[in-house]
Ligand binder design. Structure first.
Ligand SMILES: NC(=O)c1ccc[n+]([C@@H]2O[C@H](COP(=O)([O-])OP(=O)(O)OC[C@H]3O[C@@H](n4cnc5c(N)ncnc54)[C@H](O)[C@@H]3O)[C@@H](O)[C@H]2O)c1
Length: 256
């Protein structure tokens, strides 16, 4: 019985072309590795040459800055030339940015830097627009019943100390719902995943031990999420063809 089940799962993703941004490390890499294992052709877009060089040859790797419109258009054209289509786009690339709007600890420059605000929006929001407009055009023109998954965050609901990051993720969720409606008529589904605090190197880098302890004690399940919790949600969205225009909160019950 379990063998039959696993054969069925492989066949669902087999020959699907899945493009994942920011998949040379972190959550994106875990998602990419899992989809590869399930039989998909996995294409990785990432800016980091060194991390890309550590990926195996099984991934179709492209070094590209997903905030650069012309480069993305060029690389997506290359993917279509090689694989013929893109079935799934996972917009995962992003940066965490922590900064208060007014920081009393910095008396000489208390205000949030406008440059860091713009840069965070460029990486976390503009990239999702750029990637999706270019890939969705291919999906529509080729009549691909595609699937777009945006990796958001519970910070979309507003998190003190994260003006820019929260703004970007909030807008990503708004675009998700808009595209779910606009692209749904072509059979293309758009959904977002809003992870809570996941036990990853980027979480460890962004938060000290005290902050992590506080998060764990405020979470009804009393633990951080694991990368696998997000990986499983990506597979669920790809396989369930009636989930559209939704934001799935994967946060152990800690909604901000
Ligand atoms: N880790 C968490 O707990 C957590 C929680 C909520 C949401 N998220 C979201 O999940 C996503 C992945 O987070 P992570 O923790 O794995 O981060 P990470 O820093 O480990 O990985 C991000 C990847 O994106 C790539 N990248 C960054 N800017 C890029 C650009 N301009 N062009 C191409 N690639 C670029 C990086 O090189 C890196 O490989 C992000 O969107 C993040 O906001 C993470």
């Amino acid at each position: 019985m379990s063998l039959l089940f696993s054969v069925k799962r492989v066949s669902k993703l087999k020959d699907k072309v899945i493009l994942i941004t920011g998949a040379a490390s972190g959550l994106g890499h875990a998602i990419a590795a899992n989809l590869l294992e399930q039989g998909a052709n996995v294409v990785v877009f990432d800016i980091n040459k060194e991390s890309l060089s550590k990926l195996g040859a099984s991934f179709d790797q492209h070094q590209v800055d997903v905030t650069d419109y012309e480069s993305v258009q060029h690389e997506v054209d290359q993917v279509i030339e090689k694989h013929g289509k893109i079935d799934v786009l996972v917009n995962n690339a992003g940066i965490i940015h922590n900064e208060l709007l007014v920081n009393l600890q910095k008396p000489h420059s208390m205000k949030h830097s406008y440059d860091s605000f713009k840069n965070t929006l460029k990486v976390d929001l503009d990239s999702v627009f750029i990637m999706t407009s270019i890939v969705a055009e291919k999906m529509v023109m080729q009549r691909t019943k595609g699937c777009i998954i945006n990796i958001s965050s519970i910070s979309a609901q507003g998190n003190a100390g994260q003006t820019a990051y929260s703004a970007a993720k909030g807008a990503v969720e708004s675009m998700t719902k808009t595209w779910g409606k606009e692209l749904g008529v072509f059979g293309i589904r758009t959904n977002a995943i809003a992870p809570g605090f996941i036990d990853t190197p980027s979480t460890a880098a962004a938060l000290n031990d005290k902050a992590i302890e506080h998060i764990v004690s405020s979470t009804p399940l009393r633990k951080l999420g694991q990368t696998d919790n997000i990986v499983q949600t990506v597979s669920y969205i790809i396989e369930n063809d009636y989930v559209n225009a939704s934001v799935l909160q994967v946060d152990g019950g800690l909604t901000l």
